[in-house]
Design a protein around this ligand. Structure first.
Ligand SMILES: Nc1ncnc2c1ncn2[C@@H]1O[C@H](COP(=O)(O)OP(=O)(O)OP(=O)(O)O)[C@@H](O)[C@H]1O
Ligand SMILES: [Mg+2]
Length: 439
């Protein structure tokens, strides 16, 4: 962090002394005085040397001042101060200030109130906070998106509208898309699932991932790359693919026994995952010593990831009885899975409430919406957040919201799978390195 304190800026903020012309004049006067004093102590050749030193110091002082002044002019402090003036984000009152020569009252405009901003620069972000002080500027505090973007020449990355302030976050270091096969970015960090260079979460913290997007938006590709990451963490994989497509292929390769495509197979798969969960609960959480612990606190526990592609397709083809069974296992896995190391990764084209109930949807700590979803779809996925979604033009691009990290969805691009990337070969490599991850 370059600094972790907010700096306040308003109409009333004074330019720090060191950037004012008076500070330059002050330094020069001081230099002259010191030189005159030293000059009175020295004679002959030494005086000439002193004069040379004087000019050298003078040039250095002026140069340093010009450089820092230029830096200051580009600083968020100065930009925000100009922004407040240029947009008249202050209130004036005309007041009497004495009398003129004719004895008539003299009036002057005085600034009596100002909009207040705070800013903070971290290693990779610039955060601008617009205060809501319950004055005439409060209503505007959340409407500076385009103005601030133009002011700093940066695209708005995140915005968080709170009761007392609105934060605008600008990225100083751009988020980078991971390219599969480019090992420098695919972090092999123990528990971290890496979505982009910046966006990541710890497996199970928060638990469960929901991936939504229209057909062809890249859901299956994204899940495939997540699977690679899960397997690198030594996870056991259960796959339910009602479309019996790519995912089932991977499932059969990684864990044939636990790859399901028909409704009955899927019901059985979820029952087995659910049984495993109950077994883990009985084993891990029976005495008072286990209070507050999770599976990570016990040695020898592997995460179990259940990937379900196209849940809506499953709902439409299954008989009511099987669907009821599937839903009941799924509900308990979603609600109780976290502590026992069971992670659900679910794909849907639309997060309809009649397919996935709102209370269950809210249990997904990582929510991803790929492609240009409808406003309604985004609202169902992310809840009502006051933000403008930029249009998604990249294949695999979308928005993600991670519990505990984001207050509003942020734009991201799924790891890029190059045409020549051999997924199957990569799976084999992981299996060879980590034979425990698959049966
Ligand atoms: N991350 C990516 N890297 C490279 N290509 C991608 C990526 N994501 C998607 N694509 C391209 O887009 C196509 C569609 O992606 P994908 O099959 O993942 O979509 P989907 O959302 O699962 O669609 P559906 O709902 O029909 O199953 C892929 O065949 C691939 O060519
Ligand atoms: Mg798909």
């Amino acid at each position: 962090m370059r600094g972790n304190d907010f700096v306040q800026v308003s109409y009333f903020s004074k330019i720090p002394f060191r950037y004012r012309l008076s500070s330059l004049l002050f330094s020069i006067c001081l230099l002259v005085l010191i030189t005159i004093f030293l000059d009175s102590l020295l004679t002959g050749g030494l005086q000439t040397l002193l004069l040379l030193l004087f000019f050298f110091a003078l040039v250095q002082i002026i140069k340093k001042w010009i450089v820092s002044k230029r830096e200051f002019n580009l600083s968020p402090f100065n930009k925000l101060k100009r922004f407040i003036s240029a947009n008249k984000l202050y209130e004036e009152e005309t007041r009497e200030v004495g009398a003129n020569q004719n004895g008539n009252p003299r009036r002057e405009k005085i600034v009596v109130n100002s909009a207040y901003f705070l800013y903070m620069v971290t290693d990779d972000e610039l955060i601008i906070r617009a205060w809501k002080k319950a004055d005439k500027f409060s209503d505007k505090a959340n409407s500076y998106d385009t103005l601030l973007s133009a002011l700093f020449g940066l695209e708005l990355y995140k915005k968080y509208d709170d009761i007392q302030y609105c934060d605008y976050v600008f990225e100083l270091v751009n988020d980078q898309r991971i390219v599969l096969g480019n090992e420098s970015l695919t972090l092999l960090n123990s528990d971290v699932i890496q979505l982009t260079s910046k966006i990541k979460w710890e497996l199970g913290k928060p638990p469960h991932a929901l991936i939504v997007g229209g057909t062809g938006s890249g859901k299956t590709y994204l899940v495939n790359t997540l699977i690679l990451d899960y397997l690198r963490k030594g996870a056991e994989l259960f796959v339910a693919d009602p479309k019996s497509a790519d995912l089932a292929l991977i499932g059969r390769l990684v864990n044939k026994e636990h790859t399901a495509t028909t409704e009955n197979e899927i019901a059985k798969l979820l029952r087995e995952a659910s049984d495993e969960m109950e077994k883990r609960y009985r084993k891990l959480f029976t005495d008072e010593n286990s209070f507050g612990k999770t599976w990570k606190d016990f040695s020898g526990m592997k995460p179990l990831v259940v990937v379900i592609d196209e849940y809506a397709a499953l709902s439409s083809v299954s008989s009511p009885k099987t669907l009821k069974e599937i839903n009941s296992y799924l509900t308990s896995l979603i609600l109780k899975g976290r502590q026992s190391g069971i992670e659900i990764c679910m794909i849907m084209q639309r997060p309809d409430a009649n397919i996935l109930a709102g209370n269950l949807r809210d249990q997904f700590g990582v929510r991803i919406g790929l492609g240009n979803m409808t406003d309604e779809g985004r609202k169902m996925l992310f809840g009502s957040v006051d933000m403008k979604y930029k249009s998604v033009n990249e294949i695999g691009g979308g928005f993600v919201m991670i519990d505990g990290q984001h207050n509003a969805p942020v734009y991201f691009e799924s790891p890029l799978v190059p045409k020549d990337f051999d997924f199957i070969e990569e799976l084999r490599k992981i299996r060879d390195k980590n034979p425990d991850s698959t049966p």
